[in-house]
Design a protein around this ligand. Structure first.
Ligand SMILES: [Zn+2]
Length: 396
C-alpha cells in the first residue's frame, strides 16, 4: 500500500472511532473524545471540524461546567441523510424510511401476489422518488430483510422458499439500479439487530432470539455481533423435533416449523374440535398470515377447551426447544417475538418454566427471558441499522 493510501486508511479508522463514540453518546465534548479514542486533541479537533463542515456532526449545546469554560457537546446530525429499509415477505413488501438514529419517518406496505426482483426494483424506484420529493434528503443506503437463507457477506439470497427465490444476487441488482450501499439480511437477523439497537438486548453481550408464529425463526448474537457467516445460521425452525413428522416447506420432515407453525396449530384445532363451523372455517382458511391469526382468534372464543389443549401442547414443545437452545448457547438474554406473542398468555410462562427446570446444570440462572417490545417494525429496522453501521460506524 502506498504511503498516501495508508494515510487514508488511518484517517478513515480514526474518523470511525470518533463517530462511534459520538453516535452512542447523548452528546460528547472534544476532550472526552480524545480520551476515549486515545487520539490527540489536535487530531480530534481536525477530524471533527471536517465532519461538521460536511454536515454529519453538529454541536448541540454546552456541557455543565466543571470549572472554566463549558465544553461544547457534539452529536450526530440525524437528518444528514435518510436510510431505506425494505422487508420482502410472503405476498408483501414493507417500506420504511428512517433518519440516522432510527426515527421512523414513514412506513408503507404494498401487497403483491408474486414478488420478483424486477418488481422490487420498480416499486423501490417509485417509493424513493416520493420520499426524495417529500423530504429532500439524500439516502445513505438500502437495507433489505428477506426470509430464507441469506448470504449477507455477498448480498445473495441463497434460498427463500416463501418467495421461490434461489441464488438471487440481490445486492448486485439493487446497487446497479440505485448506486447506493445495499445490505441484505435474513429477516430474523434483521429483527435481532433491531433489538440490539433499540431493545433491551443492548445491555447484553450474548443473546438468542426466537420468533414464533406463521413461520418459526431464530437468530443469535454473540459478543454483540450477529452470528451469520454466509447464511443459514440458527435456523431453529428447522431443527427436527419429531422423527418422520410432518413434511416441512424446506423439504425435510418433522421440523419445528412443520410441527408448530400457526398452520399446524390451526390444523390440530380443526381435527380435535367438535364444532362443525370451526372445521368449516379451517377448510376455507387461506394460507396467509392474517387468515391464520383470525382462525386462531376465532377458535379461542368459540372452542376454548380445544384451544387451551392445543396451546398447552404448544407450550410443552416450545419449552423443550428453549431448553435445547439454552444448553447450546447459554445466552444471557433470550427474547421471544413474532405473531404468536398475541397468544403469549397461553404458552409463554409455561414454556419458560419448563426450560428453566430442565436445562443443564443451572444454565438458566442468570438468563433473562423477555418478550419483544418493538413489534412489527423490528423486522425492517435491523437492516437499516446494518446500513448505518456499515457506512458510519465501521471503517472500510
Ligand atoms: Zn424444515
Amino acid at each position: 500500500m502506498s504511503k498516501k493510501a495508508t494515510k487514508q486508511v488511518m484517517k478513515d479508522m480514526n474518523e470511525k472511532l470518533i463517530l462511534k463514540q459520538i453516535y452512542y453518546s447523548d452528546g460528547i465534548d472534544r476532550a472526552s473524545l480524545a480520551k476515549k479514542t486515545n487520539l490527540s486533541p489536535a487530531s480530534v479537533t481536525n477530524l471533527v471540524s471536517e465532519m461538521k463542515s460536511n454536515g454529519l456532526v453538529i454541536e448541540i449545546g454546552n456541557a455543565i461546567s466543571t470549572g472554566g469554560r463549558r465544553p461544547i457537546l457534539l452529536d450526530i446530525n440525524p437528518d444528514y441523510k435518510y436510510v431505506i429499509g425494505i422487508k420482502i415477505g410472503y405476498g408483501y413488501i414493507n417500506f420504511m424510511l428512517t433518519d440516522l438514529i432510527g426515527t421512523i419517518k414513514d412506513v408503507k406496505q404494498k401487497i403483491f401476489e408474486n414478488i420478483t426482483t424486477e418488481l422490487v426494483v420498480s416499486e423501490l424506484k417509485k417509493q424513493m422518488k416520493q420520499w426524495f420529493q417529500r423530504y429532500k434528503r439524500d439516502f445513505l443506503g438500502i437495507g433489505v430483510a428477506v426470509s430464507g437463507v441469506v448470504d449477507s457477506i455477498n448480498g445473495t439470497v441463497i434460498n427463500s422458499y416463501l418467495l421461490k427465490w434461489k441464488n438471487i444476487k440481490l445486492s448486485e441488482i439493487l446497487k446497479k439500479a440505485f448506486n447506493k450501499d445495499v445490505q441484505i439480511l435474513n429477516d430474523v437477523d434483521s429483527f435481532a439487530l433491531a433489538q440490539l439497537w433499540f431493545g433491551r438486548a443492548k445491555k447484553y453481550d450474548n443473546s438468542v432470539f426466537l420468533t414464533l408464529g406463521v413461520g418459526i425463526g431464530g437468530s443469535v448474537i454473540l459478543n454483540k455481533r450477529l452470528l451469520s457467516s454466509y447464511g443459514g445460521v440458527s435456523e431453529f425452525g428447522h431443527m427436527t423435533i419429531r422423527e418422520n413428522g410432518n413434511e416441512c416447506n424446506c423439504g425435510s420432515r418433522g421440523c419445528l416449523e412443520a410441527e408448530a407453525s400457526f398452520m399446524e396449530l390451526a390444523r390440530t384445532i380443526a381435527e380435535k374440535t367438535k364444532l362443525e363451523t370451526l372445521k368449516r372455517d379451517f377448510n376455507m382458511m387461506q394460507e396467509t398470515e392474517s387468515s391464520e391469526i383470525e382462525f386462531l382468534e376465532r377458535a379461542k372464543t368459540s372452542d376454548k377447551e380445544t384451544f387451551y389443549q392445543v396451546f398447552s401442547q404448544y407450550s410443552d414443545l416450545i419449552g423443550l426447544v428453549l431448553k435445547n437452545i439454552i444448553n447450546i448457547f447459554k445466552p444471557e438474554y433470550l427474547l421471544i417475538g413474532g405473531e404468536a406473542m398475541e397468544f403469549s398468555e397461553y404458552f409463554y410462562e409455561k414454556a419458560i418454566q419448563y426450560a428453566k427446570g430442565n436445562c443443564f446444570n443451572g444454565l438458566s440462572e442468570n438468563l433473562n427471558f423477555d418478550k419483544d417490545a418493538i413489534g412489527e417494525d423490528a423486522w425492517t429496522l435491523g437492516c437499516i441499522y446494518r446500513v448505518i453501521e456499515n457506512n458510519i460506524l465501521t471503517s472500510k
